[in-house]
Design a protein around this ligand. Structure first.
Ligand SMILES: [Zn+2]
Ligand SMILES: [Zn+2]
Length: 126
């Protein structure tokens, strides 16, 4: 019967279970299948990992509530974004210097102290 090769798309004469036209295409096809399989495995591993994360929530060091880990797997937030911002804001309102460790985390969120300072100034004007 006339078949179409699943790898290269050429038509060839083969029996009904034959998927590829040549040995080369069979090898290519098997390699591709293995790749897909290994990808599935890592997805499975990822879902196990995500479940473990869900069962062991991270506690925010500022407010003591669980921090949802919707972020990248490797990035481990130990505080809510708004808690980090609020902590910084508190230092600024009190006219104190923001500790370096907090500043770095605040900066990592994509904010700048200048922005926050401006925000506070605008709020107090109102
Ligand atoms: Zn082929
Ligand atoms: Zn928090």
């Amino acid at each position: 019967m006339i078949k179409t090769c699943v790898t290269c798309g050429k038509t060839f004469i083969g029996h009904h279970r034959q998927l590829n036209c040549s040995h080369e295409c069979t090898v290519k096809y098997n390699t591709e299948q293995r790749k897909i399989y290994s990808r599935l495995q890592s997805t499975k591993e990822r879902s196990i990992y995500m479940r473990r994360i869900r069962d062991n929530p991270i506690i925010c060091e500022f407010c003591g509530k669980a921090v949802p880990r919707q972020y990248e797997i490797r990035k481990k937030p130990r505080a809510h974004e708004h808690c980090i911002v609020n902590a910084c804001r508190q230092y600024l309102i009190e006219g104190q210097r923001v500790p370096n460790s907090l500043y770095q985390r605040f900066y990592a969120l994509g904010y700048t102290i200048e922005e926050l300072r401006e925000e506070i100034e605008n709020e107090t004007k109102r």
